[in-house]
Structure formats: structure tokens, C-alpha cells
Design a protein around this ligand. Structure first.
Ligand code: HEC
Ligand code: HEC
Length: 331
């Protein structure tokens, strides 16, 4: 009651009617009597204490004080009932929303329903990838890109070729001896896959029923511009380069095509069908890597016609100069 008093007094004072009554009367009856009925809702909502009255012990006292006050509990209860109904409606609406909204449900699943392999992958991720790619693979400004939606294929490529975890910031992550074994790479990939989906390298033999000759044709059309005719790689702009294809495994070549790392374009299944990818991989693995015996002599690094032209130009010019000098000395 003590906190009520100043309010009550102020209200009474302002209206100028409280002066003749004693402080006790003011305390007990409050300003509601002089103010009349309309004032009640204001007071009831202004001070939280008064809202408690209908349920509290104060009720009998009030009820006996004035007949008018008996209206209050009913009103209060009605108000309380309305509040409860509102709360129930809000809870129901919230519940219905969380059940039917697909996004919320999915994010809840992400957190709790990782498969066993993905949970193992997350443990690895939290140790060596989190610093650059963020706690939910959302990426870290200036350190590493988001991995949401890159799929297990990107992880298989990046971690399987030892590019990730990256040691230091450089123009292009280099191939290194991988620090994770195949099982761990699969677990990491599974985690990223369950987090955001994305391309996956199909299981089983990815070069089944391959046509090597067709693979050679596709390679010269799609890949040789960057990786050179012999697959030895070549320089690109800004310190970047297309690496040699010789160390890559079947699945790594497949994953590279699916994910298009760095400057490499993505060769999705619309650009190259899975059977065409199989042809290409077979060509890289069986033809390009088995050219140990060079029937024509020096292979000049297999860099293609430019090196061959340069070589013949240098050798030919020197030979012609000496021939000209020899003829001049004879005559
Ligand atoms: C030192 C920072 C660093 C660490 C540690 C690191 N990454 Fe990266 N990661 C990068 C950067 C930078 C790129 C982009 C550069 C590039 O593609 O060469 C990248 C790219 C990737 C990509 C390719 C994304 C795409 O769009 O295709 C994958 C997948 C990836 N990282 C996975 C991992 C995994 C898994 C780990 C932990 C085992 C890891 N990274 C650790 C910095 C890092
Ligand atoms: C525009 C140039 C470009 C074209 C075209 C291209 N690549 Fe690449 N490729 C790259 C670059 C750049 C990288 C290095 C990416 C990195 O280090 O993150 C690369 C990497 C690769 C690797 C990984 C090699 C390793 O280190 O194990 C493979 C495999 C590969 N490419 C296959 C292909 C195939 C197959 C094609 C044709 C279907 C192709 N690429 C077309 C630019 C290209």
C-alpha cells in the first residue's frame, strides 16, 4: 500500500478534493471514491498492485468497503481472463508458426540431427577450419569464404588434395600432402553437405564404360586452354596458375569439374554429363599420365605448339646463321 499512497495523494491533491479528509481516510478509501467510476480503469492499469487485488487477500476488505467496489473483481477477472486468452492465442500462433515454417525447422535439425559421420566431421572442422570459415561455415571476412552450399565435392577436392586447411593467405591454395586420411575427408565432407547441401561426387567407379578417345576430344575443347595439351598446367594472370593434372585421382578430377576451384569454370552435369566426365577422366588418367615413352624424342615439357615453335625457331635460326657463315668462309 505504501507505494500506492503518493500516487493516490497526488491524484487527490490535483483534483483538490482531498483537503478536508484525513490521511487515514485517504489511505483506506483511495481516490476512487471522489473520482467516480470512470477513474477506476486508469488506476487499475496504472499500478500493478491493484491488479492483484481480485485474487489476493485484499478482496474481502474491498468488497466490504463500498458496494461499488464489488464491480472490480469481476472486471479484473475479465481482464485477467482476456490476458490469459491472449497469451494462449499467441502461444498457439507461435507454435503453429514454428511447426509450419520450413526454415526454422531446418535450422533446428542442423543443430541437433547430424549423422554420426557428420558429427565426427564437425569435431575435425571445429579444430582446424573454424578459424577461417566460421563456426557455422558462414565464412570469415578477409580469411575464408562461406562453405554453405559448396557440397561435399568441394571438401573432397580441397582437403583431399591438401589445399585445405590452408597454411597462410596466398593468391592460390597449393596442393600439399593431405593431412587428413580418406575417412576424415569423407566425414568433413558429410558435415558440410548436411549443413548446406551442394554438389557431391557420385559413389562407385566414376570412369565406368569410359570412351577414352571421346575423352581426348572433350579435354582439348574444355580443359587444354588452361591445363595444356599434356595436362601439365600453365600460368594464369595475377600469380595464379592451372596446376598439373598428373597427381589428381579420379574422384579429385571429378570433384574439380563439379566445383570449379579458383579460376576454373564449373562443369556441372549440364555442361558435361556424368558419362562425358567419365570419358574425360579416363583420358587424363590413361593417356596423359602414361606418356612416359616419347616416340618423337624430346617432349619439351608437353607445353604444346608454342614451345615447339620456339624451339624450332631458335635451333633453326642458329643453324641457318652458321650455314651462312660457313658458305661465306668458303667463297
Ligand atoms: C588459413 C585459413 C583457412 C583455413 C584454416 C581453412 N581454409 Fe578453407 N579456404 C580458405 C580460403 C582463403 C579459401 C578460398 C581460396 C581458394 O579457393 O583457394 C578456402 C576455400 C575452401 C573451400 C572451397 C570453397 C568453394 O567455394 O569451393 C573449401 C571446401 C574449404 N576451404 C574447406 C576447408 C576445410 C574443410 C578446412 C579445415 C580442414 C579449411 N577449409 C581450412 C581459407 C582457409
Ligand atoms: C579457365 C581455366 C581452367 C579450365 C578451362 C579448366 N581448369 Fe582445372 N583448374 C584451373 C585452376 C586455376 C585450378 C587450380 C585451382 C586451385 O588450386 O584451387 C585447376 C585445378 C584443376 C584440378 C586439380 C589439380 C590438382 O591439383 O590435383 C583438376 C583435376 C582440374 N583442374 C581438372 C580440369 C578439367 C578436367 C578441366 C576440363 C573439363 C579443367 N580443369 C578446366 C583452371 C582451369
Amino acid at each position: 500500500m505504501t507505494s500506492d499512497t503518493p500516487d493516490a495523494r497526488a491524484g487527490v491533491g490535483r483534483s483538490g478534493r482531498g483537503g478536508s479528509r484525513g490521511p487515514l481516510a485517504r489511505l483506506r478509501r483511495g481516490p476512487s471514491v471522489p473520482r467516480g467510476r470512470e477513474a477506476e480503469p486508469v488506476l487499475a492499469s496504472a499500478t500493478p498492485r491493484r491488479r492483484l487485488r481480485p485474487g489476493g487477500e485484499a478482496e474481502p476488505v474491498l468488497a466490504s468497503a463500498t458496494p461499488r467496489r464489488r464491480l472490480r473483481p469481476g472486471k479484473g477477472r475479465r481482464r485477467l481472463g482476456a490476458a490469459v486468452r491472449l497469451l494462449a492465442a499467441l502461444t498457439l500462433a507461435g507454435g503453429a508458426y514454428s511447426v509450419f515454417a520450413p526454415g526454422l525447422q531446418a535450422s533446428a535439425e542442423d543443430a541437433s540431427q547430424l549423422s554420426g559421420a557428420a558429427a565426427d566431421g564437425k569435431a575435425l572442422y571445429d579444430v582446424s577450419c573454424v578459424s577461417c570459415h566460421g563456426s557455422n561455415a558462414q565464412g570469415v571476412e578477409g580469411r575464408g569464404p562461406s562453405l554453405v552450399g559448396v557440397g561435399s565435392a568441394a571438401v573432397e577436392f580441397q582437403v583431399g588434395t591438401g589445399r585445405m586447411p590452408m597454411g597462410r593467405q596466398e593468391a592460390q591454395a597449393q596442393r600439399k600432402p593431405p593431412i587428413y586420411n580418406d575417412d576424415q575427408v569423407r566425414q568433413l565432407g558429410q558435415y558440410i553437405q548436411e549443413l548446406g547441401g551442394g554438389p557431391q561426387v557420385p559413389g562407385g567407379n566414376v570412369t565406368a564404360n569410359a570412351d577414352v578417345a571421346e575423352g581426348g576430344r572433350l579435354f582439348r575443347i574444355n580443359c587444354s586452354s588452361c591445363h595444356a595439351f599434356g595436362g601439365g598446367g600453365g600460368a594464369l594472370s595475377s600469380g595464379k596458375f592451372a596446376p598439373s593434372l598428373h597427381p589428381a585421382t579420379d574422384r579429385q578430377i571429378y570433384a574439380a569439374m563439379l566445383t570449379g576451384p579458383q579460376n576454373m569454370p564449373v562443369f556441372g552435369d549440364n555442361q558435361l554429363r556424368p558419362d562425358q566426365k567419365a570419358d574425360l577422366i579416363a583420358y587424363v588418367q590413361e593417356t596423359l599420365k602414361n606418356q612416359h615413352t616419347d616416340q618423337g624424342g624430346f617432349n619439351l615439357g608437353r607445353y604444346g605448339p608454342v614451345t615447339e615453335g620456339l624451339a624450332i625457331f631458335l635451333v633453326g635460326i642458329v643453324a641457318l646463321v652458321f650455314a651462312a657463315l660457313w658458305i661465306a668462309g668458303k667463297s
